[in-house]
Design a binder for this molecule. Structure first.
Ligand code: ZN
Length: 377
């Protein structure tokens, strides 16, 4: 089979393809309807598919579309797993839970954020407590998200950020921009003021489906950081923590950590994987973000800022709006066969490794042919 055929050009087609393949693979399906509609007026929803015994001790959770527009990648990885018949080859005691488009609004509208303009992966904080501060973002807020998206405003913003870069260095600038902020609701990487619809929905899915599991592996699919097509395995548990060490044993030494500077991601606040163990107190949780590179960091940030301006001040249906939509789609979706093949291959390996880990079988590498060979840890 050709893995490129597992990927879809739009949210609506991705949803159809996911539902069709899930049904063909014998999945138990459920849909949570989103309160808003897509740009074409179509319905939006989170689709959940379960494969394997409901009482399974180990569950692999594949999450697509935490960052909306990044869902092209995760959806394709899920469909590819199904198209290859992997769901029919699960070992005893292991099930797979697929969450398709946990932020369906962002996927359909080609945005990273939810309909609340919130970055779902900065939203998992305790809103009853003081929210994390990001003084760097506060200082740069007007430069990052100007009221007018003109050439002059972009040049002026670039100058301000260039000065910040010269004074504080690239890591500080990336953290200021993307680490998460809670004071600028129309800005970027905004963590919100309350749990979003998508966070509440994901919480309910975890409670409904994973209550009985003793071991849970999570792969959360992301795009936009790193070299073209390379899948960085980002673990948010800090080095030395049991979840980090398990992730290293399952997925290998190439895992990275925002905490020790080995990741292309800045340390972030309110991420979903960090919150997962709190949602699943009975389970041993082993989680990573599979982050697939697309364009340069500068191009990706520019697209995210343009999109924030568009939805705060512009018209997504205008010619300018459509140009910005094409820009952000390209920033988060490598719409070519080589990129899709790389996503599918790296995802398949990571899923098989997770399934082996859930079985307590240690490391696993891909063998030739449809089977897989076990390598002692
Ligand atoms: Zn992401």
């Amino acid at each position: 089979m050709n893995s490129a055929e597992s990927f879809s050009p739009s949210y609506a087609e991705a949803r159809d393809r996911f539902l069709r393949h899930s049904g063909d693979a014998g999945g138990a399906l459920e849909t949570m309807s989103h309160p808003e509609a897509g740009p074409d007026g179509g319905a939006l929803g989170v689709d959940v598919a379960w494969f394997g015994p409901r009482e399974a001790e180990g569950v692999l959770v594949m999450i697509a579309g935490t960052h909306g527009v990044e869902g092209f990648c995760g959806s394709g990885a899920q469909v590819d797993f199904l198209a290859r018949g992997e769901a029919g080859r699960l070992p005893a005691g292991v099930a797979v839970l697929m969450i398709h488009a946990v932020n369906p609004y962002g996927f359909a509208w080609l945005r990273r954020v939810t309909h609340e303009n919130v970055d779902l992966n900065r939203n998992w904080v305790d809103f009853a407590r003081p929210l994390p501060a990001n003084p760097g973002y506060d200082a740069l807020s007007a430069a990052i998200c100007p009221d007018a998206w003109t050439d002059e405003a972009q040049a002026s913003g670039a100058k301000t950020m260039g000065a910040y870069l010269a004074e504080h260095g690239p890591a500080a600038l990336q953290h200021a921009l993307s680490g998460g902020q809670y004071r600028h609701p129309k800005g970027v990487f905004y963590g919100g003021s309350a749990p979003t619809w998508s966070r509440r929905t994901q919480t309910a899915i975890f409670e409904n489906y994973l209550r009985a599991a003793g071991k849970v592996a999570i792969i959360d699919y992301h795009t936009g950081l790193g070299p073209w097509g390379y899948g960085e395995r980002i673990v948010t548990e800090p080095p030395g923590a049991p979840g980090y060490e398990r992730a290293k044993a399952w997925w290998g030494g190439a895992i990275t950590s925002p905490a020790d500077g080995t990741s292309t991601s800045a340390p972030i606040t309110g991420d979903g994987l960090g919150a997962a163990p709190g949602l699943l107190p009975r389970a041993e949780v082993t989680a990573m973000a599979l982050e697939i590179g697309t364009q340069s960091l500068a191009e990706v940030f520019l697209a995210v800022r343009a999109d924030a301006w568009l939805h705060a001040h512009g018209d997504p249906a205008s010619p300018r709006g459509r140009a910005i939509k094409a820009q952000i789609r390209a920033a988060f979706y490598g719409d070519s066969d080589d990129w899709k093949g790389m996503v599918a291959g790296q995802s398949l390996l990571a899923c098989r490794q997770a399934i082996a880990g859930l079985q307590g079988r240690g490391r696993l590498t891909l063998a030739r042919g449809p089977g897989a060979a076990r390598v002692p840890p």
